[in-house]
Design a binder for this molecule. Sequence first.
Ligand code: PMP
Length: 362
Amino acid sequence: KQRVRPVLHSIDPYQAGLTDDEIVQRFGGKAVLKLNANENPLGPSPKALQAIADELGQLHHYPDGSSSYLRDAIAQYHGCEKDAVLVGNGSDEIIRLLSETFLSPDDEVIVTFPSFSQYRAGALLMGAKVVTVPLEAESFRFDPERLLEAVNPRTKLLYVCSPNNPSGTVLEKNQLEELVKRLPPQVIVIWDAAYDEYSMSPHRAVWSQDLLETGRWIVLHTFSKLYGLAGLRVGYALGSPDIWQYAHRIREPFNVNRLAQRAAAAALYDEEHRQKSLQLVRKGKQQYERLGQAGYTLVPSDANFILVRVGNGRQVAEKLMSEGVLVRFGFGLSEYIRISIGLANENEQCVEALLRLALQGE
Ligand code: PMP
């Protein structure tokens, strides 16, 4: 214990909810509703599944270490150059890689509260200091003034997750403009856009080629959410090729496996599946509006999940779990649960369970 790096004592293990084994132990053969990981309930695109089947005969060969085919597909999709694309074993790996690329001990990293836990873990791992800036209370809106106030000469990275996990709120267009205008040049901004495709807010900030060309803005995407490929682990970042040349020196040589490369590229080209998945979430979110009349407060969400104020988050999540409905709680928000949008009948089941709890006065 004493031999491990002291900083590891301050990093919490990632809380992923129940493991598959625990689900079997707890629920036996009974069906559970997995509304806790923001996955796509429709599963992957049939084109991705076909691509995986086509690739199976090649598994004795290493993958293409440069993920060339997939990077081509991503570059085409976003209209950027291929060298601006970095792919990883999930965006989790890219967050780790960005920490290793940029951070030295005593550098500072700004993260919002609440937000995705891995920004903090990556920063602590490198001995950097994490500066936490709260989103606005209750509304969970971003506050660019507070973010800018937190910047000092040691600030190296600023993470903006928009739409934000777990609040579902977005950075707005004018807020982005403020940050672009006023952040000092030493700050690299990492915009985690894991849920960006779901966003429909007309006020939301939109990624642009201009941001890419600043050389200081990086955007992260994942195939784990809309594309339904969480189990394959593949994510990507768009950023300056000048940065990526260093990231390539330290990334694992074959960081994205063969099946993931092929399936992700195929998924990207399946517009029909993407639209179907987006529609499902848009409709599904409306089912939760009934909760508002039962005394729950819903945070307006631009993502495929909703943060709901329920009173005692842990207790409500546990009661739901006893009915086989898995949701997330935690994030340092004791009064809330986060529900991922599922299939229509799953949403219905979750809403009904919450309405019953409200009647019981939970
Ligand atoms: N960023 C955010 C905001 C997330 O919610 C998640 C998944 N929980 C990730 C990154 C990691 O995604 P991946 O599966 O690509 O590692």
